[in-house]
Design a protein around this ligand. Structure first.
Ligand code: AMP
Ligand code: GLY
Length: 423
């Protein structure tokens, strides 16, 4: 089979490595992929948002199955366009991808179907939003409606910060049209859990839970990033909470999408907060998380391609999705300065025995050398019997992967370890 994977980060590298385990796979193309992915797939320089070129490539190269991983092509209708050409694809169509593409849509969906989430108001007028902030409870959370490269959420600790965020998003158009509408919502507290799930629109199969580490610095300090590391499973996510989430969040969400005529097929990511009043949805993503995928897929014992095809064919109910009971930890190695400005172009050396557990996110190949080209450069994952061992093993690997200006958090998994010990 010839497989095409749209995207070019660590998440896509993890998907590609897993897909390769199936012997039926003869060739994998990554569009655009990256210098590290090039070791596992043929990378073709087509941007993940260039839908027309992706579809043309897929038809010309007689692709048997496509996997669309990032949010932007999904929201732009990449899966619809591939399906129109008869190419079976993994990922939601445009109508369903709106669950991530518009926060106003997802909040209204949750309200309509009674799915627990933070209280909120929607605004399309900057003055009305500012007036509302005069009396809104503080801290408050301001969210741009549309996609904003993961930067569209501002937690405002003061009224002035909240006002500044509203002006920057709605008036100064910091995120362009994504800020035409905003959501202002209640600030929630509690541990966060990421639950990725497979759904064919009829059944929903949660994958193993995970914990992201979004802030740049140790002890959750510094700026928000795309994610500096992950562990799985997440010790806060007990069986009891999982059952509650299935009943109150997961099933109601896929049923709601179906009722709205927006059947969701693909990977639906539930960003949850375990509040004192029960689990609530912080966000939905219409795709695999990054770097959650880099700990979740290494624990998947079933064949990923088979499961994905079952999603496409709507036979997920008859397909086994089994996870190992081990633990995984992924530490992201970034360029110093990320998520603000950073230098790039430094040579990366990865010992051969670590290649299998390294997922490259931001690197290019030049004259046979792998050079840093992004903020998040790569992730290193270890799977071990215990969380403690998986953390130790990942940090040992990190010490042996070299590039100038490398930066990583030293406490990935520390909070999970403490929570696990307290149980
Ligand atoms: P997002 O970019 O949507 O992943 O949100 C970034 C982070 O903001 C989340 O991981 C949460 O830590 C935080 N966040 C979002 N919404 C809320 C909320 N209503 N209350 C507290 N924290 C929130
Ligand atoms: N790690 C968070 C995300 O993928 O959105």
């Amino acid at each position: 089979m010839k497989i095409l994977v749209v995207g070019g980060g660590g998440r896509e590298h993890a998907i590609i490595k897993k897909i390769k385990e199936n012997k039926i796979v003869e060739q994998i193309y990554a569009l655009p992929g990256n210098g590290g992915i090039a070791a596992d797939a043929v990378c073709v320089d087509i941007a993940a948002t260039n839908i027309e070129a992706i579809v043309e490539f897929a038809t010309t190269n007689k692709i048997d199955y496509a996997i669309v991983a990032p949010d932007d092509p999904l929201v732009l209708g990449c899966v619809d366009a591939l399906n129109q050409k008869g190419i079976p694809s993994f990922g939601p169509d445009k109508a369903a991808a709106i669950i991530e593409g518009s926060k106003v849509f997802s909040k209204n969906l949750m309200k309509k179907y009674g799915i627990p989430t933070a209280e909120y108001e929607v605004f399309d007028d900057v003055q009305k939003a500012l007036e509302y902030l005069d009396t809104a409870p503080i801290p408050t959370v301001i969210k741009a409606d549309g996609l904003a490269l993961g930067k569209g959420v501002i937690i405002a600790q003061t009224r002035d910060e909240a006002r500044a965020a509203v002006v920057s998003i709605m008036q100064d158009k910091q995120f362009g049209k994504s800020g035409d509408n905003i959501v202002i919502e209640e600030f929630l507290t509690g541990p966060e859990v990421s639950v990725l799930s497979f759904t064919d629109g009829n059944v929903v199969v949660p994958m193993i839970s995970s914990m992201d580490h979004k802030r740049a610095g140790d002890n959750d300090t510094g700026l928000n990033t795309g994610g500096m590391g992950t562990v799985a499973p997440n010790p806060y996510y007990t069986d009891k909470i999982a059952d509650e989430c299935m009943e109150k969040i997961f099933l109601p969400t896929i049923r709601a999408m179906k009722s709205e005529g927006r059947t969701f097929k693909g990977c639906l990511y539930f960003g949850l907060m375990l509040t004192p009043n029960g689990p609530k949805v912080i966000e939905y993503n219409c795709r695999f998380g990054d770097p959650e995928t880099q700990v979740v897929l290494p624990l998947l014992e079933s064949d990923l391609l088979t499961v994905m095809q079952a999603v496409t064919n709507e036979t997920l109910a008859d397909t086994e999705v089994k996870f190992s009971d081990k633990n995984a930890c992924c530490v992201i190695m970034a360029s110093k300065g990320y998520p603000s400005s950073y230098e790039k172009g430094y040579e990366i050396t990865i010992p051969n025995d670590l290649l299998d557990s390294t997922y490259v996110a931001g690197a290019t190949l030049k004259d046979g050398k792998l050079l840093t080209s992004g903020g998040r450069v790569l992730g290193v994952t270890s799977v071990e019997d215990t969380l403690k061992d998986s953390i130790e093993s990942s940090y040992k690997k990190v010490e042996n992967i070299m590039f100038d200006n490398r930066y990583y958090r030293n406490d990935i998994g520390a909070k999970a370890l403490k929570a696990g010990e307290a149980k």
